[in-house]
Design a binder for this molecule. Structure first.
Ligand code: COA
Length: 334
């Protein structure tokens, strides 16, 4: 029987895509009872990007462009991939998966392809799964893309959610590496499904939690208990980062970047404050892109990567929380 040779995982390239169309706080204030000052103070967001359907833009297009740029960065073609994992809560259809259509657009057949649903944790979950599959010895190269077009999943008149979200894709190409210490050296994927009514997208009124008053936003758009999610996120960010550091025996000084889901600047700053993370190690782009759900962490990763802020030999931590409620981390030796 052949012996399995231990292997590691290398990030061969990163990519991202955002629509050109900007939606500023002033644009939102013209559409609903809100203000630039309220949004900036409560969330740190100044503007977000949104699809322009008049230009033929769609979630599928955005995700495909994200993964295409990652392939370009890696110097690889779609046909070099063994597997495509696409994380999203805003895919056009449940069948086929958007992963299959992304793989087709990039000429990746017969690579395996599947969608993964973990809301804002989608990219971190997908990176963890891809790393594990490569280490199993079954796959050599996996394309991971997290992408959400939240503009298609919020009621534009619901000020409690419409101000928070934007559209983006973030992607990475992971390949087998001979060094077993390279890649994801620690990962967590958690969920507490009992808390699902804090953040969900009902398709029909029968999906609404029994006995709870509904906002009246149209079906197919997000419902959120902002205060509950805020409390959950502040606690989890700290817990997940501290757990990742203590399990790996690493200190804050050993980590070059803490790449956190961009949900609210106050949530990120609270984690920085409580754990003592220096500002130069915590990338923030929520002011320009808002919360792009499964796109967020991959978008940050790509912007840091392209800016030369992540180099081989460094260690980074990816952290996210989201609908489910879910929370997840990955400690990566790049
Ligand atoms: N503009 C102006 N006022 C608004 C508003 C808006 N867009 N949205 C809500 N308000 C009002 C509320 O009606 C409320 O008014 P009241 O005091 O008269 O009742 C007041 O502002 C405060 O609302 P509240 O919900 O307590 O604000 P907040 O400080 O909790 O901020 C969020 C709201 C949504 C920004 C915040 O709770 C949050 O970020 N939660 C986490 C959300 C998140 O991360 N979701 C994604 C998870 S992946």
């Amino acid at each position: 029987m052949a012996t399995q040779v231990p292997c590691g995982v290398r990030i061969a390239g990163c990519g991202s895509a955002v629509p050109e169309k900007r939606l500023t706080n002033a644009d939102l204030a013209a559409m609903m009872d809100t203000s630039d000052e309220w949004i900036r103070q409560r969330t740190g967001i100044r503007e977000r990007r949104v699809l322009d359907p008049d230009r033929g833009e769609s979630q599928l297009w955005l995700a495909t462009e994200g993964l295409r740029t990652a392939l370009d960065d890696a110097g690889m073609a779609g046909s070099d991939l063994d597997l495509v994992i696409h994380a999203s809560v805003t895919s056009e259809m449940t069948c086929p998966s958007n992963a299959c259509r992304i793989a087709a657009a990039l000429d990746a057949q017969p690579a395996g392809a599947f969608d993964l649903v973990a809301a804002c944790c989608g990219f971190v979950y997908a990176m963890n799964v891809a790393d594990s599959l490569i280490r199993s010895g079954r796959y050599r190269s996996v394309g991971v893309v997290g992408c959400d077009a939240m503009s298609t999943a919020v009621d534009p008149t619901d000020r409690s959610v419409a101000i928070l979200f934007g559209d983006a894709a973030g992607a990475a190409i992971l390949v087998r590496d001979d060094d077993p210490n390279r890649g994801c050296i620690h990962q967590t994927m958690n969920a507490d499904g009992r808390t699902w009514p804090s953040l969900f997208i009902p398709r029909a009124s029968s999906d609404l939690p029994a006995g709870r008053e509904d906002s009246g936003a149209r079906m197919g758009t997000l419902r959120m208990d902002g205060r509950e999610v805020y409390k959950f996120a502040v606690g989890k960010f700290r817990e997940v980062i501290e757990e990742a550091l203590s399990t790996t025996g690493l200190a804050v000084d050993d980590i070059s970047q803490f790449i956190c889901h961009q949900s609210n600047i106050r949530i990120i700053e609270s984690a920085m404050d409580k754990i003592g993370l220096p500002a130069e190690k915590v990338y923030v782009n929520i002011d320009r892109y808002g919360n792009s759900s499964a796109g967020s962490v991959g978008l940050c990763l790509d912007q840091l990567w392209k800016a030369g802020k992540i180099s081989a030999g460094e260690t980074i931590i990816l952290v996210a929380f989201g609908g489910g409620l879910t929370w997840s981390s990955g400690v990566w030796n790049v």
